[in-house]
Design a protein around this ligand. Structure first.
Ligand code: NAI
Length: 336
């Protein structure tokens, strides 16, 4: 099938080309994001493959449908950037990669916890500058601490598995309790209780209308003073302005982010010779107790291989049978 691969990075080309060796789709890679301005660049492609920061709102989808696109193949798990209702009304099939390697994101989340907790980001620079003083690097043991996991799907349960090994007390909130978590000893509690009891809160829910700005001023006010907050889910699950206020008042003791609400203008590109125009992001960068990575939770050899393989399989099944494997259906919105 002729596939337009949007927002293509060198590693996308590498992993998709390798996975396509024995499959034989015609992959055309585009550096640009798919958005209003670029929606005509993929004219005449029956399949369009997109990533987290491509925009698939009603305007873009209408253009794609008019141009003859029939399949939107997301090469990611989250689908908050797609107007699923509009796609369905236009007869566009939307497929995704529901699980590629939840462990990749889970391990990255725990990595953020460990770096922040033991100040490894500062220690790295200090030692390279010949500064071996320990003042300011005081950490705390994870053993015995209470970790609140918001969202115990594939990634949340993998986080629970890892943190159980550290001897943490694990509590969680999810509208659907996961039996695997219960067997790991995770205790499900209402959100208010999770906020009040957690030393570390880690977010693994999807972005949807219920979770949009879940972590706002009211939520932060219920948290323990000095709480560590980790977000590797989607940027808009937190109200960044409220989190900045929480950091300034020391209510939030440290913050680890792999995602940011306005990341579409920043992430996945080298802007090191430019002036960053986003003042909210700029403010976040000034805090010594904030660690930001540029949406790299998924970025492992295992995950990229699996993403490429499943995406191409989804396309093959659609081309061969006209059916949608791993379909993003409208009722998934309600289920999440
Ligand atoms: P999943 O669908 O397996 O699990 C999500 C869980 O969140 C489900 O158990 C669901 O019931 C729960 N949930 C839904 N609404 C909730 C709410 N209001 N409060 C608490 N829990 C709620 O998804 P998975 O694979 O675990 O991924 C989670 C999210 O992680 C994705 O939606 C995506 O946004 C993000 N992600 C980030 C990546 C990165 O590179 N940083 C890579 C992959 C996913």
């Amino acid at each position: 099938m002729r596939v337009a691969v949007c927002s293509a990075q060198s590693y996308d080309r590498q992993f998709f080309t390798a996975a396509n060796q024995n499959v034989g789709h015609e992959l055309i890679f585009f550096d640009s994001h798919l958005c209003h301005e670029t929606r005509r660049m993929v004219g005449d492609f029956p399949a369009v493959c997109v990533f987290v920061n491509d925009t698939l709102d009603v305007t873009v989808l209408e253009t794609l449908a008019m141009q003859g696109t029939r399949l939107i193949a997301l090469r990611c798990a989250g689908f908050n950037n797609v107007d699923v209702q509009a796609a369905s009304s236009l007869g566009l099939c939307v497929v995704r990669v529901p699980a590629y390697s939840p462990h990749s994101v889970a391990e990255h989340s725990v990595g953020l916890i460990l770096v922040l907790n033991r100040h490894l980001h500062h220690a790295y620079n200090r030692v390279r500058n010949g500064n071996f003083a320990l003042q300011g690097l005081l950490g705390f043991e994870l053993r015995g601490k209470t970790i609140g996991i918001v969202g115990t799907g594939r990634i949340g349960v993998a986080v629970a598995q890892i943190l159980r090994g550290f001897g943490c007390r694990l509590i969680a909130h999810d509208p659907r309790e996961n039996p695997e978590c219960i067997s790991l000893g995770v205790e499900y509690v209402p959100l208010e209780e999770l906020y009040a009891e957690s030393d570390i809160i880690t977010l693994h829910c999807p972005l949807n209308p219920q979770t949009h700005r879940l972590i706002d001023r009211a939520a932060i006010s219920q948290m323990k003073r000095g709480v560590m907050l980790i977000n590797t889910s989607r940027g808009a699950v937190i109200d960044t302005q409220a989190v900045i206020e929480g950091l300034k008042s020391a209510k939030i003791g440290s913050l680890g982010l792999d995602v940011y609400e306005q990341e579409g203008d920043l992430f996945f590109q080298d802007l090191s010779d430019r002036v960053i125009q986003d003042d909210v992001f700029g403010r976040l960068l000034t805090f010594p107790n904030v660690l930001i990575t540029g949406h790299q939770g998924f970025f492992t050899v295992e995950a990229l291989s699996s993403i490429a393989q499943t995406t191409l399989e989804n396309i093959t099944v659609f081309e061969r049978d006209g059916t949608c494997q791993n379909e993003v259906k409208v009722d998934l919105l309600r289920a999440d």
